[in-house]
Ligand binder design. Structure first.
Ligand code: DAH
Length: 330
């Protein structure tokens, strides 16, 4: 039987495949070893003139050889292609240090994350979020909140008015949301209202004409000053940690009676004011259409203040300058 030496053929194929340098050469090799004029095809032509036994045997030998070659060829072609494209990619993107998918942002501003954190602390004890407009009426910002006509906060030197009649203004406090919420909802009320407020203040280390507050309001049967104190102590400890000390000192706010300021003592022992609070004044209940004998407490927290104390930030302007070196720290 005129058998070819399959091992030799396969060895010579391997030798050729190793030297391939382009996709075209793979096609040429395929033609050479498996095509119409290949040795294997020539040998196949001889099968018909062989005896049945020899035909079967030799046919199988040729088939095995052609499978072996074609499998190896495909395998080599695939790995050549992937290597080829990888190299091409590297060559085309000359600066391979550019990471196109680098995460450049989507980071919360530190004030947003502090506000969200405070909201979370209160939602954990059943408070929901309420909002209100930043452009307000003087009635919502002052009258409804029991602020007398002569109160200095009403002066144009303190408040940014939007009209000559001093009826529209940029809200100076988120306490306006208390008014709006009570007008539209019956007790029980447990809300926090985060938002931006405006004052005619010069920028200094701790004051800015625009800043953020979170208002809180609870109205329910039998709420007392102890509930207010317990709630705010819980908040302060959740936010600053269990080791923090709090102090309530008497203060005056037109919309609460009695009123207090809460101070916290941070590591160095200095007392810093973080919020105002008190029992809602009956006049406020009356203005919003509630029963004058309703019981409730309210508080207003300065967001910048919280962040400055916690992160030891020495100037309020850092929050607004958008210096990424500052913002990326949080
Ligand atoms: N609105 C006050 C301010 O801007 C803060 C405040 C004090 C809010 C006492 C309250 C409160 O709800 O009861 O200074």
């Amino acid at each position: 039987m005129p058998e070819v030496n399959t091992e030799k053929i396969f060895a010579s194929f391997l030798l050729s495949v190793e030297q391939v340098t382009s996709i075209d050469e793979f096609n040429d090799l395929e033609k050479e070893y498996l095509g119409k004029n290949s040795l294997i095809s020539e040998e196949r032509k001889k099968l018909s003139s062989m005896s049945e036994i020899s035909r079967k045997k030799y046919g199988k030998v040729l088939q095995e050889l052609s499978t072996q070659i074609s499998e190896r060829l495909n395998q080599e072609r695939l790995s050549f292609q992937s290597k080829f494209f990888k190299e091409k990619e590297l060559k085309d993107n000359k600066d391979i240090t550019i990471n196109w998918y680098k995460d450049l942002g989507s980071r919360e501003h530190v004030l947003t994350s502090v506000m969200n954190e405070v909201v979370d602390i209160f939602s954990a004890i059943g408070y929901t979020v309420a909002t209100g407009p930043e452009a307000e009426t003087s009635w919502h910002n002052f009258d409804a909140l029991n602020t007398p006509d002569w109160h200095p906060a009403r002066y144009e030197s303190d408040t940014l008015y939007l009209d000559e009649n001093l009826e529209q203004l940029l809200r100076t406090q988120t306490s306006t949301v208390q008014v709006r919420h009570m007008q539209n909802n019956k007790p029980p009320v447990y809300i926090v209202a985060p938002g931006r407020v405006y004052r005619s203040d010069q920028l200094d280390a701790t004051h800015s004409p625009v800043f953020h507050q979170i208002e809180g309001l609870a109205v329910d049967e039998n709420l007392t000053f102890s509930d207010l104190k317990g709630t705010l102590e819980y908040f302060v400890q959740e936010f600053f940690g269990k080791e923090i000390k709090t102090k309530f000192i008497p203060h005056f706010f037109p919309f609460t009676e009695p009123s207090a300021e809460v101070l916290v003592s941070w590591k160095d022992g200095e007392w810093l004011e973080i919020l105002g609070c008190g029992m809602v004044d009956p006049n406020v209940f009356q203005h919003v259409g509630y029963d004058k004998n309703s019981q409730g407490f309210a508080f207003g927290v300065g967001v910048e203040r919280l962040a400055m104390i916690r992160y030891k930030i020495d100037h309020i302007k850092n929050f607004y300058e958008n210096d990424l070196r500052f913002l990326r720290q949080f």
